[in-house]
Ligand binder design. Structure first.
Ligand code: HEC
Ligand code: CU
Length: 357
């Protein structure tokens, strides 16, 4: 015969320890406050405004939650089945007009109350900011392209690392296109730098806008936040915020054309860049025949980027070699073909790419 477990004691103990583990785990998860993509530590006025709105909604939601759960717990304990005959039966209120009006009107008032600051914030953030830096953001599979469209931006095009000046609004005009600039067959991406602003979907055939602004110099990590294909998770980027003068120097450096390499291996790589068809997809300003292509990232100042291929790979020789040998092995679904390059070709091309300062 099986021994009967003492009822209540052991069972109750189990439930409470699981609850403690669950709640403790949630609390511990909140401990890491300096995560690079923590939405709760905004780093600029746009994110601040959004967080302020979020706090209002959050506090109201917590109050409603506690009240509703409190009433449920009260009812569950007060009117539980005690197994005797003379237990309390709740007062029956079905069809009570007064109550029904009350619990329709109270939520309506709460929602209307939340709508006021929400709508105001939406309009405030949608307005064109004063004296913005203008950047066109293009979501591609699977990387972000940035084009500085305003006069001061001088048409600079770069990938994966968006440089911006601090304390100045940056107005982004965003779209999704296929591999060619005129190709309308893009997919939906979503641009998200959690510390600087909320998400913005980037939709083919539409132009979306949003403003971001950073208050402190630094690197703010972001990523595509809408599933867009096999390497959606490898579609990251960074916003690099710099003091005004540093930013201007950066823009200036980006307008410089690439110089022809002097080393023998690199010079060989420079030649292979055309022979192995790289030039069809990648543009390098100053490289003959390589000014227009926009299928892959602009490589004129490739060496200045800390990471590449959607900001997933450290920019070093080993990673570049692996990338050129077999892009899909490094990044599933990557839209750069495996060009079946020989080891010697790869070495020369890597040597050339490393001269693109
Ligand atoms: C058919 C077009 C195409 C050809 C040809 C091509 N690439 Fe690419 N390349 C791409 C695309 C698209 C990407 C972006 C892939 C991604 O990140 O998902 C890319 C990415 C790169 C990157 C990383 C750039 C960055 O900042 O992320 C390098 C470096 C590169 N290619 C070098 C080359 C070289 C060298 C060749 C010639 C051997 C070449 N590519 C041929 C389309 C092409
Ligand atoms: Cu995407």
């Amino acid at each position: 015969m099986r021994a009967r477990r003492p009822r209540g004691a052991a069972r109750g103990h189990g439930v409470w320890s699981w609850a403690a583990v669950g709640i403790g785990g949630l609390l511990l998860a909140g401990c890491q406050t300096d995560h690079p993509q923590n939405t709760l530590t905004p780093a600029g006025p746009v994110a601040d405004t959004q967080q302020n709105l979020w706090y209002v909604v959050f506090v109201i939601a917590v109050v409603v939650f506690i009240m509703v759960q409190g009433l449920i717990l009260y009812a569950v304990f007060r009117f539980r089945d005690r197994g005797d005959d003379d237990q309390a039966i709740p007062k029956q209120v079905a069809g009570n007009t007064r109550l029904e009006i009350m619990w329709t009107i109270i939520p309506a008032i709460i929602l209307a109350g939340i709508a006021v600051p929400t709508v105001k914030t939406i309009f405030d953030l949608a307005a064109l900011p004063e004296d913005p830096l203008e950047v066109r953001v293009i979501g591609k599979q699977y990387w972000w392209e940035f084009e500085y469209t305003g006069e001061e931006g001088q048409g600079v095009v770069t990938a994966s690392e968006l440089h911006i000046p601090v304390d100045r609004p940056v107005f982004l005009t965003m779209e999704s296109i296929g591999q060619q600039p005129t190709d309308p067959t893009g997919v939906i991406h979503s641009f998200w730098v959690p510390k600087l602003a909320g998400k913005q979907d980037v939709v083919p055939g539409h132009q979306r806008t949003m403003t971001i602004e950073a208050s402190e110099p630094g690197k703010y990590e972001g990523q595509c936040a809408e599933f867009c294909g096999l390497s959606h998770g490898n579609m990251r980027f960074a916003v690099v915020a710099e003091e005004g003068a540093d930013f201007e120097a950066w823009i200036q450096s980006q307008t410089e054309p690439a110089a022809s390499p002097t080393g023998e291996l690199a010079a060989q790589g420079e030649q292979l860049f055309t022979e192995r068809t790289c030039v069809i997809c990648h543009s390098i300003t100053g490289y003959e025949g390589g000014e227009e292509a926009r299928v892959g990232p602009d490589l004129t100042h490739f060496q200045q980027r800390e990471k590449f291929a959607g900001y997933i790979l450290e920019n070093n020789e080993a990673n570049l070699t692996a990338w050129l040998k077999d892009p899909q092995a490094v990044k599933p679904g990557a839209q750069m073909p495996n060009l079946q390059l020989s080891d010697a070709d790869v070495d020369a091309l890597v040597a050339y790419l490393r001269t693109l300062e």
